[in-house]
Design a protein around this ligand. Structure first.
Ligand SMILES: C[S@@+](CC[C@H](N)C(=O)[O-])C[C@H]1O[C@@H](n2cnc3c(N)ncnc32)[C@H](O)[C@@H]1O
Length: 208
């Protein structure tokens, strides 16, 4: 019997995943996702997670970034947010919600009760099969996080967010530049070469 296109595609994904060094490493070290290594690389480069950081991790499922953050943070609060429920992580609070809803943003700000040190977003919109549309939808999530961060971060706070090098990349970059003094881009080695994914690191709010 002929295998369906979808079946073949998911098998290719599984084979790629098993050959992948970061996937293997995540299993060995007990991380829930290979994405954990992207945050490790980002933090090695920019050094934004400290022992006393109050940190928000948006789009956190299955929890790799929250695991990495909670290993470093000893006296700050960590809030992890996703549409999907994650399994518990010690020292990490979790909110299952749609970040785009106003009531979610209210719950987040109430949880911290003060401006935050670090906001991370690895949010990605569900894929539609149309790569250009997928880029736009994920970059829209990044734009939402930039707007939110400009209101909720401490003046010297840091935002790190996923975005795609798609057709609206420059618009999102301009938005980031309008809110932050320092805007840099970095693609970790753990981010697949064939992916248009990159990360923006934003520092020092323009209000300073
Ligand atoms: C690439 S995964 C995150 C991986 C995670 N950083 C890790 O280390 O395991 C992207 C996540 O973004 C979440 N997401 C997408 N849109 C969202 C939204 N509007 N609100 C909350 N989470 C969202 C998805 O549910 C998905 O779990």
């Amino acid at each position: 019997m002929k295998k369906s296109k979808k079946h073949k595609k998911s098998n290719t994904w599984k084979i790629k995943q098993h050959r992948d060094q970061f996937f293997k490493k995540s299993k060995t070290l007990g991380y829930r996702s290979r994405a954990a290594f992207k945050l490790i690389e980002l933090n090695n480069k920019f050094r934004f997670i400290k022992k006393n950081t109050n940190l928000l991790d948006i789009g956190s499922y299955p929890g790799g970034w929250s695991q990495v953050s909670s290993k470093i943070i000893t006296s700050g609060k960590v809030l992890s947010v996703d549409l999907q429920k994650i399994d518990e992580i010690e020292k990490v609070s979790f909110l299952q919600c749609d970040f785009l809803e106003e009531k979610s943003k209210e719950k987040i700000t109430n949880f911290f009760g003060t401006r935050l040190d670090v906001i991370l977003s690895d949010m990605a919109a569900d894929t539609t099969g149309n790569k250009s549309l997928d880029c736009i939808r994920t970059n829209q999530l990044c734009a939402e996080v930039i707007e939110f961060s400009s209101k909720c971060l401490k003046p010297n706070g840091i935002l790190v967010s996923k975005l795609f090098m798609g057709e609206d990349f420059l618009q999102v970059k301009e938005l980031a530049r309008s809110k932050f003094k320092k805007v840099q881009f970095f693609k970790p080695e753990a981010s697949r070469n064939e992916s248009k994914e990159t990360y923006v690191h934003c520092a020092i709010l323009n209000t300073l």
